[in-house]
Design a protein around this ligand. Sequence first.
Ligand code: SF4
Ligand code: SF4
Length: 487
Amino acid sequence: MGYGSFRGGVHPFRGKDITKEKAISEYLPQGDLVYPLSQHIGAPARAVVAAGDEVLAGQIIGEADGLVSTNVISSVSGRVRTIERRMLATGVISDSVIVENDREYRPAPGIGKSRDPEGLTKEEIRTAVKNAGIVGLGGAGFPTHVKLAPGDDGAIDYVIVNAAECEPYLTGDYRLMLEEPEEILAGLQVLLRLFEKAKGVIAIEADKPEAIKKIKAVIEEKSLSQSAEVCTLKTKYPQGAERNLIFTITGRRLNSQKLPKDAGCIVCNTATVHGVGQAVLKGLPLMNRIITVTGDGIANPGNFRVKVGTNYGELIEAAGGFTAQPEKVIAGGPMMGMALTVPDVPVTKTSSALLVFRKDPVAHVKPGSCIRCGRCVKACPCRLLPLKMWQACKHYNLDLFQRLYGMECYECGSCTFVCPARLSLTQSFKQARMMVSDQRKRAKTTVSDRKKQQSSRQRQKDSQAHTAVTGIFSGCGGAGRDMAESE
Ligand code: SF4
Ligand code: SF4
């Protein structure tokens, strides 16, 4: 299986040797826990607790609010101190529930209750995933229960476990495959119950032979070869990007307007699949993340199982603190992560790593001028023209940026990585994409507002003529508003 690889991409320094032999160790938080109500794609959750309330581990403290939204779960027991706005590692400010940790970790009723998957209907599986607050843990944060409801279950040919972990330095998924392969495959079997025609594919890069061996051994041992197989991928960044992965495995191409389901695929990250298994089979909601803390600026690098909501500052202490004053701290991988200016931000569902470097190679480099070498074009996995997109950004020409298919860029950072002029290409594209998205949202809102005004006028007329059906019309209006908000 597999089409080998995709066009473009780069080969950055892997940096995984620092932590790949470090077993996952559990870290229990000491301070307050911060739970942002917006740590996923879609509408923020709605707080269902108030200051002073007692909470238990596994309790829902924020309820999904809209079609694309998900629950927020308390990972500890304790008392709600307050609900206030806090900054996340991404720089986004979100309303957050702050919980004072009593360090007793008392579970909420029903948490950890095992279930037999044979007795569960598809709807029950999807509801269990929704209640558990599971989102795409590879970084996207898209609510998993929405992804698992593509409309036509029979049109799905592949359920792909994205175990590429192509970002340099990250080893959390790798350790999970070595230490808990049975749980990952149990999660995959749960997913396959939803899509009867689909084949399970665990996609792993070739530089992880131990993980490949381990997963293959469990497939063999549990006689799962009819439903699951390992696909070995070429080691190349960004092999784990959804569009690249689908092309590499199936030969089917997608653009930004399409979803994996349009290519007959459901793609979930390793930790997400593990989380689905835990939620459905063991009744455990998403309360932990595995975080790789690494880099030459940290005393004891390692992989930590951490409660969602834990302060990054605590994690730095857990890993022995800084070896020297670092010049760069990054939340996430070096290619797509965000530079942290303060460590006082919480671990969220989509956190994956904390990188600490004594020197910041980028800070000492002065950007030059484009020399039209074409390296960025060769590296771009989306077949774009980064040098031209850069010119468009420089002149604030968003129309040209769109005509150059700039919205197809998924900000992988490959062009910036290869650029000899050290231009901050990806950063510019990120900003341009945000501005275009804002423009489009505003335009959509204007059109939808106009439609709402028209339909409101129509409703007024209808209401005067047929007062008996007013309730039905107002119900439809509510649903439409939900959909608009969730987009
Ligand atoms: S890699 Fe940099 S210098 Fe070379 S063409 Fe692209 S933008 Fe210009
Ligand atoms: S950041 Fe965008 S333009 Fe640059 S290589 Fe990646 S996909 Fe292409």
